[in-house]
Design a binder for this molecule. Structure first.
Ligand code: ZN
Length: 358
C-alpha cells in the first residue's frame, strides 16, 4: 500500500485548537502521522498549500432523508467536505414511520425522482436498515419528525390530540428513538406540526429526554407571521427547561423587517438559557436566503388543514401549477392563481431596503 503525503496544508484538526501549517501522512486508509513540517518519505505527494486540511464537516441540518436510498455516492455533499449528515429535520422524517397517511407524503416526494422505488420497510428500524444497506459514502444520523409522528396518528387535523392519540405519539416516538433515531425534530411552522400546542411538544419530548437525545426545532415563528420570533424562541427554551432535553434551534434567523437588527437579543436569550443550566444551541444556513417547500412558504396554514399538500410545482410562466392543489375543505384558488412563486426565495436581509443596526 502506498504512503500518501498531504503537504503544507492549513491543518484544522477539529479539536478546537488553533490551525497550523503541516503535513498529513496516510497509509492503509489511516493517518499514520501529522507533522508541523517534518517530511516522511512518501510514494504520492499532494500539495495543499493555501488549502485547509480537516477531518470533515458535519451537516447538522439536512433533508436528505431518502437521497442516499436513490444515490448512495452523495457526490454533492462529499465534494463539499461533508462527512456526516443529520437527517429528519423540521418535523419531517419523510421515510419513517410509514403508514397510510405518511406514505402519501413519502410517495409525493420520491416520485419527483423515480417511479420505481421499492419500499421495504414501514418502521424506523427498517428505514435505518435500508439506509445502511444502501452503503452511503458518508455517515448518517437520523431524527424522527414530530410532524410525521402526528400525521401517522391523527393525519393533518388542526386540533389538539386526544389523550389516547398523545399516548400513541409518545409510544411511537419512543419506538423510533429506541430503533436508532438520535433525536426528535419539530417543524412548528408547517402542517401538521403547527397545529400542536407547547404541552404536546413537551409531552413527546419527555421521551427524548429519558433517552438523553436531541430535541431540534424549526421554531413556530422566525419573524412576525404568527406568535412572533421571541415568543417562539421562548417556546423552544421552555421545552428544554421542562424536559431537560438538549435543544437545537434550527437555521436561526431574524426573518422579516419587524425583527431585523435584533440578532443580539436572540443570542442573549440563548446565552441566558445556557447560563440557567439548559443545553441549547442554534445553527445557521451558509447562505442569506431561506429555503423551503412551496406549500410551506406560500399557503396559509388554515388552508393546509386536513390534508397533505405536496411540494408544489412552478410553471414556466412563474405561477404555481394549479394541478398541485388537492381537493379539500378549502380551495387554494386565490393563492395558486395570483401568488408569484418567487416569493418563496425572499431575502432575509436586503441592504438596499433597510440598514440593519449592528
Ligand atoms: Zn426548517
Amino acid at each position: 500500500m502506498h504512503t500518501i503525503e498531504i503537504k503544507n496544508g492549513i491543518i484544522v484538526d477539529g479539536s478546537g485548537s488553533d490551525s497550523y501549517i503541516g503535513n498529513v501522512y496516510l497509509k492503509d486508509k489511516e493517518i499514520i502521522a501529522i507533522t508541523h513540517g517534518e517530511v516522511i518519505n512518501s510514494d504520492i505527494s499532494i500539495d495543499a498549500t493555501g488549502k485547509i486540511v480537516t477531518p470533515g464537516f458535519i451537516d447538522l441540518h439536512s433533508h436528505s432523508d431518502f437521497s442516499f436510498l436513490l444515490d448512495s455516492t452523495a457526490q454533492s455533499k462529499l465534494r463539499q467536505g461533508v462527512t456526516m449528515e443529520l437527517l429528519g429535520n423540521c418535523g419531517f422524517s419523510l421515510c419513517a414511520p410509514l403508514n397510510k397517511y405518511t406514505k402519501e407524503d413519502f410517495d409525493s416526494w420520491i416520485s419527483e425522482y423515480t417511479d420505481t422505488f421499492d419500499i421495504t420497510w414501514s418502521d424506523f428500524g427498517g428505514y435505518i436498515a435500508a439506509s445502511k444497506k444502501a452503503k452511503a459514502t458518508i455517515n448518517l444520523a437520523f431524527q424522527v419528525g414530530h410532524g410525521t409522528l402526528r400525521a401517522s396518528v391523527m393525519g393533518y387535523e388542526d386540533r389538539t390530540p386526544s389523550a389516547d392519540e398523545l399516548d400513541k405519539m409518545k409510544n411511537l416516538a419512543g419506538e423510533c428513538l429506541d430503533a436508532g433515531a438520535l433525536g426528535l425534530s419539530t417543524g412548528l411552522v408547517y402542517s401538521p406540526g403547527t397545529y400542536s400546542r407547547t404541552d404536546e411538544l413537551i409531552s413527546i419530548a419527555e421521551e427524548v429526554s429519558k433517552r438523553n437525545k436531541l430535541y431540534s426545532t424549526h421554531q413556530r415563528d422566525e419573524g412576525n407571521d404568527s406568535v412572533g420570533l421571541y415568543v417562539s424562541l421562548n417556546e423552544a427554551i421552555e421545552v428544554g427547561r421542562r424536559t431537560e432535553c438538549k435543544v437545537q434551534v434550527s437555521h436561526v434567523k431574524c426573518d422579516s423587517k419587524a425583527v431585523w437588527g435584533t440578532a443580539d437579543k436572540y443570542i442573549n436569550l440563548l446565552e441566558s438559557a445556557n447560563k440557567e443550566g439548559l443545553d441549547i444551541a442554534g445553527d445557521q444556513y451558509p447562505y442569506n436566503r431561506w429555503s423551503t417547500s412551496l406549500a410551506g412558504g406560500l399557503f396559509p396554514i388554515w388552508a393546509q388543514a386536513g390534508k397533505f399538500i405536496g411540494m408544489g410545482y412552478v410553471r414556466n410562466d412563474g405561477y404555481i401549477d394549479p394541478d398541485f392543489v388537492l381537493s379539500g375543505e378549502y380551495e387554494l384558488e386565490v393563492a395558486t392563481k395570483r401568488v408569484r412563486a418567487n416569493v418563496c426565495l425572499k431575502p432575509l436581509y436586503d441592504p438596499k431596503l433597510e440598514k440593519v443596526k449592528t
